[in-house]
Structure formats: C-alpha cells, structure tokens
Ligand binder design. Sequence first.
Ligand code: DC
Length: 650
Amino acid sequence: MMDSLTLPALARAAGTVRLPGSKSISNRMLLLAALAEGTTEIRDLLDSDDTRVMLAALAKVGVGVTALGGNAWRVEGCKGVFPVKDADLFMGNAGTAIRPLTAALALSGGRYRLSGVPRMHERPIGDLVDGLLQIGADVRYTGNPGFPPLAIHPAQVKLAAPIRLRGDVSSQFLTALLMALPLTGEGAVIEMTTELISRPYVEITLNLMARFGVEVRREGWQRFTIPAGRRYRSPGVLHVEGDASAASYFLAAGAIGGGPVRVEGVGSSSIQGDVRFADALQAMGARIEWGENFIEAGAPVVGKAPGKLRAFDLDLNHIPDAAMTLAVAALFADGRCVLRNIASWRVKETDRIAAMATELRKLGATVEEGADYLAVSPLPTFKAGVAIDTYDDHRMAMCFSLAALGGVPVTINDPQCVSKTFPDYFDALAEITAPVIAIDGPSASGKGTVAERVAAALGYHYLDSGSLYRLTALAALRAGVALDDEAGVAALAMSLPATFAGGRILLGDDDVTDAIRTEEVSVGASKVAALPAVRGALLARQRAYRRFPGLVADGRDMSSVVFPAAAAKVFLTASAGARAERRYKQLIAKGMPANMHALLHDLQERDARDAQRSVAPLRQCDDADRVDTTAMDIEAAVAAVMAIVRRQPL
Ligand code: DC
C-alpha cells in the first residue's frame, strides 16, 4: 500500500486514453442481468472496488457470475428469485450497489443484512427505506435510523397506492425502486414529493431497464409508472460504455494543458449524462470535438498560442460527479468561478463540498463554501510541495492530480483510493502528461547509449524501442512463425512476455539480452519492423512506457508516430563515415572481425533503404532538434541533448 504519490510538475497534456467501463452502467447491468430470465454476457465491465462489491454480493445470494476474461462476465439470471435466502452482505462504500440491492432484496422474500465501511453508515438511505415500507416491505435499521446497516426480513408486499418518494437527496433511491419494482409483477407508480436531482442518472436506469424489456412511463420528472406483468428478460450480450465521469479528468487535462486529449469509450451516442461535462469545458472556451465513440478536448486558442480558460457560473445539478473536476479546473480560469446546485456532494463518499474547499485552499486558492455551492478564484501561482488529503474519495484523488498542471509537484495522499472506480488512473494520466524526450536517428548514431544516459541524468524511464522489434523477431524465430506472416508476427508482438529489469531483457523466463543482438535477429527485426500490423501491435505497448516522472524513448519513429507531442524531440545523427568507424571500433573491441569498407557500404545502403521505405521511413521531424555527433564523443552528445531538454518548460 502506497501512503502517498508525488506527481511531478506537469507542463502539458496530450494523447489518447481508453476509458475503463462506466461504474453506473456496470453495476446496474449486473443487477438487471441477475434479476432477469436468461443468461447475459456483459463485456467491458468495469473492474474496480465498487463492481467487485456488487459481483460478490450477487454471488453470495446465489447468482451465477463467471469471469470470461478480458472484463467480460457471464451472469445467470435468477428470474427475480435469489436462490440464497439468508445472507450477510458487505457493501464497502459502494452506493451504486447498496441502494439497488436493498430494494431488490426487500422484495425477494429472504433475510439479509447489509453493512459497509464506516462512511457508508453515514450515508443516508432513509428515503429509500421509507419508500419500501410504504408497500409493506420489512427493512430495519440496525445502527442509526436513516442509515445502513440494515436488516431485511420477508414480507408481503402490497402495491395499492403510488409510492411517494423524495428526490432531493440522492437519485439512487429512485433508481433502486425503479429497478426492483418489476420483481412484484404488478404495476407500480412512484411519485416524487420533492425535486428530483441528478436526473441523467435516472435516464441511465430507464435506458438499461428498457434493454431488459421493461419500459417505464415517465411523466416529467414527477411520476414514473412501471407496467404490470413485465419481467426482465436478458438481451443476450451487452457492452458497457466507458466511464464518462472518469473522462472528465482527461478532458480537463487537455483543456488546461494544451491538448488535444482524446478519450475513447464515450461520445455522442453515450447514455451517460456526465458527457455533458464537455459542454461545461466548452463554455470555458476549450476546444471540444465529438465523435460517436470519442470526445477530444484542447486549450482555447488565442492566435497560435494556447489561451486561458474562461470563468464560469453554472448550475451543475445534472453532472454532480464530473462537476468536481470543474472545481479544480477553476484554478486555471481567468476569473472567479461558481459551481451551483451541488448539495448532493455532501452525502457522497465524503462531504465533497467541505473536502474540496479545504484542499483547494491548501494550494493557495480563495474558496467560498455554501450549503449547495462553491466559488473558486483562479490561482496565479500554485503553492509548491502541497500534500492533498483524499478522504477515501476516488474523485478527490483524481481531481487534484490536475493541480500538477499548475507547474508544481503535488502529493496525493492515499492514492490507491482511485481503485473504487479506476485502479489504473495514475498510469492513464501519465500516458497523457508525463514528459517524453524522443530521440530518433539512423542506426549506429549512438542514440541508444545517449538516450540511456540522458534518462539516468533526469531520473526518467528509458524505452529502447528497437529491442521490442528485436524481441518480436526472436519470438517469431523461436515459435517457427515466418517473418513475413504479418498477422502471425503481429499476434506475437501483441502479447510479447517481455521484461526489462536491471539492464537485462527477458522473454518469458529466458534472459535474451545477448540473443537479440545476433546478426540473425538484427536482420529479422528489420524485416518485422516493416510490417504495419506489427508496428500497430507495438504502439500501445510503447506508449505504456510513458510513466511518471518522465520517459526517454529512442527509436526511429518516436517523434513522428509514437510520441508526436513529445516535450523534446532530438534527431541524433552522424556522418556515415563516423558511424561506420564507431561500429568498427566496437567490433574490434569485442574481438570480432571487421572490415571498415564493408561496414561503410552496409550503412549507406541501409540508410538509403530506411529513408525510402513506406513504413516508418527514417527522417527528421520538422519540430525536432538536430544533433550531429560526427565530431562528438558520448559525453559531448549527452551534454548537447541535455541542453535541448533544459530549454523545455520542464
Ligand atoms: O535500434 P535497433 O537496431 O535495436 O532496431 C532494431 C530494428 O527495429 C531495426 O531494423 C530498426 C527497427 N526499429 C524500428 O523500425 N522502429 C523503432 N522505433 C525502433 C527500431
């Protein structure tokens, strides 16, 4: 367990993030699939604390849930009758699990006890219990009235009058009742007695219920009618879309840190209300682009330079979770920002209004906190060396990671709280923000040695991309896959069991540090590197090396393809004569035979081939700095690259 994580000062954000599955959709789909008739396969389910809580609870009440690998799950529907009639269920701090399960279990004729972490026992559930009591369910508080833990007993349910329900504390109470009521088989009506908040979440509920065959009639946001005699039926295979709330951190990073940042997995066809966060960013002047399955954000452009975000005063009731991200984005605006109608923040994982105000002030911000609003003034200079407390709230941790874009290192306490919804959050953030130094150049230019030393000097990670092509070739040779079998070699590249540790390179358990340097593998590497599918297969793997505090990456297409938004790009070269001479000296030093004339000839031929090939040709990027090392030794070359790196904002 890590107590804290210090993010380095970050200058910019650009790149693409594939979002994990939506928490709201994952947990609703799991419950609906469990209650349905038939088997459902759910693909791209979120793998996080809150979905594990739901999966564990369903398994405990006898629902068949099976992992199919790759975040796909099979759920054997129980046709509304949970096989296990007596169980203790631990719900952690998962509101999306305890609320709907309470309602479903209360209508299922068993004895169940539901409890959670201490904070869960401070989060209200009284409005839901009141609704259930009106129809004759037997739900009792075993701790404080109005809060979990709860005990559920069998009871005869009667659906005579409409259920009267408050909607102003949490929309999850309505969601819970809506999802559970079809279990009775009778028609039911819910009438809201107070204004319904967070309506887009109810829309997700209605949308998913419809996919399981139950259409709810909605009159405004006032009255909901569930038809009699409709039961849930499995629709077969379902996909969970990406988490729109999680998208907010990356989109905000793009708007603050230049961009463009693209999130994949949500877009114009999304059923999650939190995609409207992009409109709020747009209102701040950010450049937003929508695709069916992506959203992209970049900083406002003034002339050619990235401009400042505009101040806002917005009612954010419709996007309560993503709105937290705006409180941190406000630090980067050109004036005081007001977030209105956010009272529900007070009953979430923590009192988010209080927590947000306290932590923003630590960074030096002026914040005004009201019962249901927050006003945040921009911060010309961020206080350095601040440690942010996260209150066991994943969103606090994710929001405050953006403060590092204020150009100061920021420490996040208890960073693993992100596992509630996004276990790999900081890796994903690093993939769009960690500084990259890309070093391209022709073979034998010394780029490997220089890159490794620059990485050591900066304390950065180091990627020798050539070794990935070499490993791929070696794996193909060993597996008997022909080197021109594009699909076969690409499949190997995709799942290469490669490890880089302490200067050694492993393929599986086998140390292949020397084996990948043989002539046979070098020739093979150059062949497989010409196959587009192989390059594509290695792309995501190479980008995953981009971690905090930064990365030095060497290889011919680092600046152009793999890290086009690198903080610094260097084209390291030397005359063919100088490179041939270096290779000659290396070979002689190793006691190997060498012929200067032949080496020079080979290099010149290879340069010509490399420059002309259609896939990843060797050429200097327009925005790369050229370092000609013909007359330099290694130390001088390292110094020249370091001088370029130091000119960058970080
Ligand atoms: O840098 P190296 O000699 O270890 O590279 C091995 C082969 O892979 C060589 O033919 C160049 C190729 N390569 C590539 O096409 N793209 C990269 N980013 C790195 C190497």
